[in-house]
Ligand binder design. Sequence first.
Ligand code: G3I
Length: 386
Amino acid sequence: MKFNILSFRLFLNTTLFTCFFLSSCKFSKQNTDVGLDTIPSLSKLYENDFYIGTAVSTSKLADSTYSATIVKHFNSVTAENVMKWEKIHPQPGVYNFAAADSFMAFAEKNNMHIVGHVLVWHSQTPDWVFQDAKGKLVNRDTLLNRMHDHINTIVGRYKGRVHCWDVVNEAIGDDSEMRKSQWYNIIGDDYVQKAFEYAHNADSSAMLIYNDYSLPTASKRNAVVQLIKKLQSKGIKVDRVGMQGHYHLDYPFLYELDSSIAAFANLGVKVSITELDINILPFPSEKFDADIGMKFEMNDSLNPYVNGLPDSMQVVLANRYADFFNIFLKYKENIDRVTLWGINDGQSWLNYWPIPGRTNYPLLFDREYQPKQAFWKLVELAKENN
Ligand code: G3I
């Protein structure tokens, strides 16, 4: 069954790209320079449904087009990188708060709903966290102490100001078992519980999120349902399941996404769509996921849109966004936030992953900050629903 679904997806992928090569490669004129004042605000259009968020790259905030676009269209912001362990706590006892503080200042000045990302993750965590001075792995108690110090310091600093924290990211592996990270190997599977306890103790008013990718996939969905149930049975406060939303034209099937939102809502937690983008480039593997460690060689056929995205594909992307938003609207009582993972196509991590140097188009604004057809499709959808 799994093989059949994968084959079908590969077939869809191949078909889409064949259609593109056979088509007349008509490119849409995106750069008609639509001013920000002349277009509707996305977050205002969806304000009765859920927050519309974006990931913020703090180093770009000085660019007035970048920051004005955020202020115009988004009412929730997530720190894309500056609160990650390697950035905010690069060495033992050394905390670098400057970038996170400026992210907070921007968000607070603009009355945004603020998401802190991320406290405990297997990635972007320096090796020293897991090692002693001689490079040997530390024991459970030492690692728990380090986790506690980290969470208590960061959550404590932004207490009452960061509204939601991604407490644990990606604890379930692609085999749908607990990921065999250093956190798991050294502490054991209660490391997730401990992280949530420490975060709650540091700020009892913050909403706490378990965040992961590929959650529409049934096996991973079920693993997360079991994980949350286990935490709930121990009285641990988990407020949200964060579905990252790094999707493709042919992953997930809509029924898979629908079933996962329903399953998480049944646990009595809200769902946040935390990192939405739609990869339109051919995926070089049968495994559709967002494992940041994955890397493949560049090849021209895997980078077909270096000169722009043809109209036909703009329409496909717009319809895909609308399909997802239709499901989000169906579950709007259970969804608190839909966060896009970036502002414009040129800034997306999907230009570098899983093949560095490709030209991707996963977001709502083009490289000149002009709204794409996908943006207008979401405007239309919001108007139809209000
Ligand atoms: O901008 C440079 C570019 O100039 C350079 O040529 C290129 C070479 O590889 O690197 C580019 O920067 C990279 C940047 O992503 C581009 O977006 C950084 O090296 C890389 O460290 C950075 O990665 C971040 C990644 O997490 C790792 O921390 C991404 O910004 C960020 O979007 C991504 O976000 C993660 C979430 O935190 C967790 N869920 C998955 C999501 C996507 O991986």
